[in-house]
Design a protein around this ligand. Sequence first.
Ligand SMILES: Cc1ncc(COP(=O)(O)O)c(C=O)c1O
Length: 362
Amino acid sequence: MSRILNFYPGPTSLPLEALESIRDELLEWRETGMSVMEISHRSKEYDAMHNETKDLLAEIFKVPSNYQVLMLQGGATLQFAMIPMNLLNDKESADYVVTGRFSKNAYETAKVIRRVNLACSTEENGKFFRIPARKEINISSGSIYCHLTSNNTIFGTQWKTFPDTGAATIACDMSSDILSRKIDVKSFGLIYAGAQKNLGAAGVTVVIIRDDLIERSQKNIPDILSYRVHSAKNSLYNTPPCFGIFIMNKVLKWVKGQGGLMFIEKQNEEKAELVYSLIDKNPEFLKTRVDKGSRSSMNITFNLPTEELESRLITEAKEAGIVGLKGHRSVGGIRISMYNAHGINNIKVLVQFMEEFLQKNG
Ligand SMILES: Cc1ncc(COP(=O)(O)O)c(C=O)c1O
């Protein structure tokens, strides 16, 4: 077996231990004589695994008891619609801070559903390379929530600390950095994330929501879109993404086994330091447009002096068993997405490859 070093932005690399455990249980799961894909979602065996997964996430992420963990479908993108639909009536409004493509999508989606204000945008010439200062954000009076995106996957920026938004509670898209660091969950009203980066495979979306916001769920929306209904039914209103939840269960056990977020956060900082110090030592060759204080530890973006060199780096990386380095089509250049599954040794291999490439071409 030869596993490649995978730096795709998501779906992406999963911990090998989790994959092996999934493989070992694929045909016969927990002495049921069948796979977890084949068992009823109403069975006691499935129910135990479903609750265990939810509880593991709450334990690792230190979710306070007045929050619920929901495991839904529709990707983070469905949350762009569910949040305004549930949390606002037709007279209320919310604020959006736009720091990248996905936060812009969240804002544009909310705009067609309820009244929302653009509290701040860091867009310049169609690109977003920085996180704003608190003084740039205009929270409007009576705003119910303020929407942020904690890590901007495409551009490689990340909120290092979160702003105080007063009475407007924070609703935060953590799709590309959930479980990458310790977070004080009680500073947020709602956190959501698609699973396909740090939590598992595509198909499950986690929503962590405070009880009073569940109570806000509007009554005139379909049950399938209601936080109140999903919470009351323990994310079993309809058939849940059982296999995706099983994968998440394995990944969460792996996170816990690694030493939880204490270890993961430290390792992510060390990984980012390795790559950024290479960038800072070679500013003429590895050119990053990202503001220094806004640098992401999950997605690192930069350009080489020419597109031809960028293509050569991607080709030679592939020959060396390293894939997923091509920047998003709207930004170009190189992007290294190094989620939790990458240990420090993978990043050392990548940095060594880049150093050799620099020696040959720099
Ligand atoms: C920060 C962020 N938000 C939202 C999305 C969209 O997620 P999904 O494809 O699960 O709807 C992505 C996808 O990469 C993302 O990185």
